[in-house]
Design a protein around this ligand. Structure first.
Ligand code: NAD
Ligand code: WQD
Length: 345
């Protein structure tokens, strides 16, 4: 079976995608520097997937900015690497405003070094983790792949730059198969509760924060703004269950491998928006716990509403989300209860 390189495979989305790809029969090599993850996630992935032997999931500690680390990984694959799924990178909007050069270095510099390694080793298929963040404050909702790319923070600008770099490469040299997957708001966890999102420090994102309030690690949630032009005044997002997202990667890989070389862009979201208050209510229902909150000021850089038009992905990939907001809350809660400190325990 084809062997894939998964950069950042120990992280939140990477670990869930590794599980889906192992179940689909792929052999995997993960390269991760564990700057925002733990090898424990992959140990659990191996356990959940019941892979018989270590050869199906090899793990290398290393950096995508290192030519030597990448060569080591490519040379390790006996029959070559057939495709790369590229998750590795920095992803916090607020941090990118404080340390923009780190974001250009890791995200853009790392992707450039990875691309050069792919060329050296004759691999021309890549699925890249892009983000809805590159639409900035969207002019129209739902957002299609043709909506204007206008990022409003350094993180989003690095994602837009990587897309440009990769699609430029594909024009310069024939044979590239590239998919940009623009994720909306990935949340939830595997239904076993064994793998999930393990943020370090105070979570930036809504779901991990709500989970920590529900379990009593924090006493309340601050809702960022109650005066947005939405149905209840709180901001609307398109939350996508991480397992649905993982299945989107499998579909994209299958399409790339079976069609002519091309560059494709897909919005991966559910097409359904929920307000912060609706998320809190659903989480309370699923956890049976109360989630106290106070409505505070808007967070700088937030937008009122971000919802995907997922119809292009449905048409080309035959993929659409299957899991509801309540399932996202249920699985996040299961994960929170089984591993209250993430992988740290
Ligand atoms: P994550 O931080 O959990 O995973 C990223 C992984 O990359 C981590 O395991 C980290 O240790 C690794 N990594 C970071 N820098 C590296 C480097 N220089 N070399 C090797 N490994 C490195 O993040 P995630 O939520 O799983 O996100 C995965 C990808 O999806 C990222 O590219 C992110 O920008 C993108 N994305 C995430 C979201 C989200 O809300 N989680 C939304 C849209 C896009
Ligand atoms: C969701 C909603 C907040 C925390 C981010 C990145 C984006 C992408 C996905 C990587 C918003 C509100 C949150 C809290 C709150 N990541 N909120 N109190 O900002 O939509 O998207 O993750 O590509 O680039 O920006 O997600 O989970 O932070 O917020 O009221 O303590 O919850 O204002 O409306 P966001 P989020």
């Amino acid at each position: 079976m084809a062997q894939l390189l998964i950069t950042g495979g120990a992280g939140f989305i990477g670990s869930h995608t590794c599980l889906i790809l192992l179940e689909a029969g792929y052999d995997l090599v993960v390269l991760d520097n564990f700057s925002n993850s733990s090898s424990e996630s992959l140990r659990r992935v191996a356990e959940l997937s019941k892979i018989g032997h270590e050869d199906r999931l090899k793990v290398f500690e290393g950096d995508i900015r290192s030519r030597e680390d990448l060569d080591r990984v490519f040379f390790s694959a006996r029959d070559g690497i057939h495709a790369v799924v590229h998750f590795a990178g920095l992803k916090a909007v607020g941090e990118s405003l404080l340390f923009p050069l780190a974001y250009w270095d890791v995200n853009v510099g790392g992707s450039r070094t990875l691309l050069a390694a792919m060329r050296r080793h004759g691999c021309r298929t890549i699925v890249f983790s892009s983000s809805a963040t590159l639409y900035g404050d969207p002019r129209e909702v739902p957002i299609t792949e043709k909506s204007k790319v206008q990022p409003i923070n350094p993180y989003g600008r690095t994602k837009a730059a990587i897309e440009k770099m990769l699609s430029g490469y594909a024009k310069a040299e024939a044979g590239w198969r590239i998919a940009f997957l623009r994720y909306f708001n990935p949340v939830g966890a595997h239904q076993s509760g064994q793998i999930g999102e393990s943020p370090s420090g105070i979570p930036n994102n809504l779901f991990p924060f709500v989970s920590q309030v529900a379990i009593g690690l924090r006493d309340h949630l601050q809702v960022f703004g109650g005066d947005w032009p939405t149905k209840d005044g709180t901001a609307i997002r398109d939350y996508i269950h991480v397992m649905d997202l993982a299945e989107g990667h499998r579909a994209a890989l299958e399409l790339l491998q079976h069609e002519e070389p091309q560059v494709l862009t897909f919005n991966l979201g559910s097409g359904q928006g929920y307000s912060v208050i609706e998320v809190i209510k659903a989480f309370e229902q699923e956890s049976g716990r109360s989630v106290p909150y106070v409505i505070g000021a808007r967070r700088k850089g937030d937008v009122a509403c971000s919802v995907a038009d997922p119809s292009y992905a449905a048409k080309c990939l035959g993929w659409r989300t299957k899991r509801s907001l309540n399932e996202m809350c249920r699985d996040s809660w299961l994960w929170q209860q089984s591993s209250p400190q993430g992988y740290l325990e």
